[in-house]
Design a protein around this ligand. Structure first.
Ligand SMILES: [Zn+2]
Length: 252
């Protein structure tokens, strides 16, 4: 509940464990994020193996993306890795994750294609790799993260609405007006406030609406037009009437 009413936007809406930076999308350990990552890994493997690139480069890329996602850093011995990967590690692996590849990838791939007479260009490979990073790794995570944000916002607004209803129900129930409700409306006071607070949202709102109408009916009879003491009550009644009519319009 504390979380729902005091949600801080700087925290990840999925794992809720750390401050949400743009790179956290790649590191989030929420189960849904991990599931999306496994799918992304399969998709990326399929795409890389269709690109006629060295197997060692495919393995290095997938292993290091996974290691960086899991631990936030790369601890694998650099000398064991293919040349463009080593260069990328010197520049910073997060640059690759954000689509900024070392130029050594282009050089390495061009040489590889030419040696094997593969009719592809290294530029088309790097452009394709960057677009797949976004399509497989970034976009599904971003979409999933936004679904969590919308769900949280909805929960927060529902909680606030409930709190406002309970405050109004308490004011109505404990007000002096209750003692003068018309006989036909006395049923509104049959249950104690503790029972009224247990009502689901829709029923509580209905009870409030009925109470507002009951107050209006009571005051049509009892409040003199020029009674100064009741002027604040008239203001409240007008706002209550307005709120009730808005809710009716909203529910139609
Ligand atoms: Zn997270």
């Amino acid at each position: 509940m504390v979380w729902r009413t005091q949600w801080c936007e700087s925290y990840c809406p999925r794992c809720k464990k750390c401050e949400e930076t743009h790179l956290h999308l790649f590191h989030c350990q929420h189960p849904q994020s991990q599931m999306l990552y496994r799918k992304a890994l399969d998709d990326m493997l399929n795409w890389l193996t269709s690109q006629h690139i060295p197997d060692v480069l495919t393995l290095d890329l997938l292993n290091l993306i996974t290691e960086w996602r899991q631990y936030g850093k790369i601890s694998t011995e650099s000398s064991l890795l293919s040349p463009p990967i080593q260069e990328q590690l010197r520049l910073g692996w997060h640059h690759l994750m954000e689509g900024r590849l070392s130029v050594s990838f282009t050089k390495y791939m061009q040489e590889y294609y030419e040696k094997r007479n593969i009719r592809k260009t290294s530029l088309s490979w790097t452009a394709g790799f960057i677009s797949k990073l976004w399509a497989y790794l970034y976009w599904p995570e971003w979409t999933n993260r936004n679904e969590f944000v919308h769900k949280l916002n909805s929960e927060v607004s529902q909680t606030r609405r409930r709190e406002e209803m309970e405050i109004e129900a308490q004011l109505l129930f404990k007000s002096e007006i209750r003692t003068n409700l018309l006989q036909k409306n006395q049923y509104l006071l049959d249950d104690p406030l503790t029972v009224i607070f247990e009502l689901p949202d829709a029923q509580l709102q209905a009870w409030i609406n009925q109470f507002r109408v009951a107050v209006i009916e009571r005051n049509r009879i009892f409040i003199p037009e020029n009674d100064q003491a009741s002027s604040h009550l008239r203001t409240w009644l007008q706002s209550s009437l307005l709120a009730t009519s808005k809710q009716r319009v909203g529910s139609n």
